[in-house]
Design a protein around this ligand. Structure first.
Ligand code: FES
Length: 108
């Protein structure tokens, strides 16, 4: 589902596997000092972006046909707006090639 996400970063976020443990940009390590597998947030509502913090579970409640806005710190939906109906999509006649006609076998 679509959602509105407000980002305030104005630069990239660098995670450095060579940074000393504990440095702000250090890659997370396990108790043996090995680099840990990390999950990158793809939903956009993690409070620890760019890392996943599990907040994506909220997105599972999203209903089709709406745009959601979240309060990331409160882990709550603050607005749910119905999407306007999409206008019918028609291809311009000149872009339809004879092979595109329904029933024609697909060429490889
Ligand atoms: S993918 Fe965004 S919080 Fe997990």
């Amino acid at each position: 589902m679509p959602r509105i996400v407000r980002f305030t970063h104005t630069a990239s976020i660098k995670i450095d596997p060579n940074a000393p443990p504990g440095a702000p940009n250090a890659w997370p390590r396990d108790e043996n000092g090995n680099l840990k597998v990390i999950s990158i947030c793809a939903c956009g509502i993690s409070a620890k972006f760019p890392f996943c913090d599990g907040a994506h579970k909220l997105c599972k409640e999203e209903e089709p046909g709406h745009v959601y806005e979240y309060d990331i710190q409160a882990r709550a939906v603050v607005s749910k707006t119905p999407l306007p109906p999409e206008p019918p999509h028609e291809m311009p006649a000149e872009s339809v090639q004879p092979d595109d006609q329904p029933g024609n076998p697909v060429k490889e």
